[in-house]
Design a protein around this ligand. Structure first.
Ligand code: DC
Length: 225
């Protein structure tokens, strides 16, 4: 047990972009009555703030200053994506764009940025529990979490899912370009030196390519119960 261990249990849900972490994580959080942390939204939120305030993606001290002034609130709703509020502005749709994802993926490898975001994420661990979705929840942010699940799926299936989601929201998207961008992001997220995307040794690895949302949720409920 680590010195930072607190009472609230954590379900760490990691995996690549489009593996279903957001959908599954929010269903689990609502079923358990736990808090939900969308850590990708934190990276996307910082990317959006940087873009909005003309801070370059390689300006390390500028990015850390933005983190210090960033207040992010995640509102979970039944049958809807979590609504993200940053510094008082509702920015959910702005964060889901490919551009925000791209900038997020450029700033995510910077060790000083990751370090400055650690406490913000750890503060979300509150009773009665937390579902934390991301890349390094089980390995770095909450290494002592009680439950660890690593969700994955083929890049083609993940690209198709993202395509369907964006299309449904009225965005003009191209499937081949989405696939390329997902593959490039996988390489960047997995090969960075600080907290790369990888399953914790004690994580349950679930390939969701051929599973329905209900099937994945049932497996996670069985694990937690
Ligand atoms: O899960 P997502 O697509 O919203 O994440 C956006 C980017 O943020 C992704 O390229 C990787 C990065 N990220 C990260 O490095 N660590 C996390 N815990 C969550 C996201």
């Amino acid at each position: 047990m680590s010195a930072t261990k607190v009472d609230a249990p954590v379900l760490a849900l990691d995996g690549p972009s489009g593996a279903g972490k957001g959908t599954i994580g929010q269903i689990c959080a609502l079923k358990f009555g736990w808090h939900y942390l969308d850590s990708g939204a934190i990276y996307r939120g910082l990317a959006w703030l940087a873009h909005d305030q003309n801070v370059a993606a390689d300006d390390v001290s500028g990015l850390v200053n933005l983190v210090d002034a960033m207040v992010l609130v995640c509102h979970v709703r039944e049958n809807d994506v979590a609504q993200i509020e940053i510094n008082g502005q509702m920015v959910t749709d702005k964060l889901r764009t490919e551009e925000a994802g791209e900038i997020a993926s450029q700033i995510a490898p910077i060790p000083e940025v990751r370090a400055s975001l650690l406490n913000m994420q750890r503060r979300c661990r509150k009773a009665p529990g937390l579902v934390a979705d991301g890349r390094d929840m089980g390995t770095t942010v909450f290494p002592d979490s009680e439950f660890k699940v690593f969700l994955t799926a083929s890049a083609e299936i993940r690209a198709q899912r993202r395509f369907d989601q964006l299309k449904a929201k009225g965005f003009d998207v191209n499937l081949a370009r989405l696939l390329e961008s997902i593959q490039a992001r996988d390489v960047r997220d997995s090969s960075r030196a600080t907290s790369p995307l990888k399953a914790a040794e004690d994580a349950l690895v679930l390939d969701t390519s051929d599973l329905t949302v209900d099937e994945v949720v049932t497996r996670i409920l069985n694990l937690v119960n």
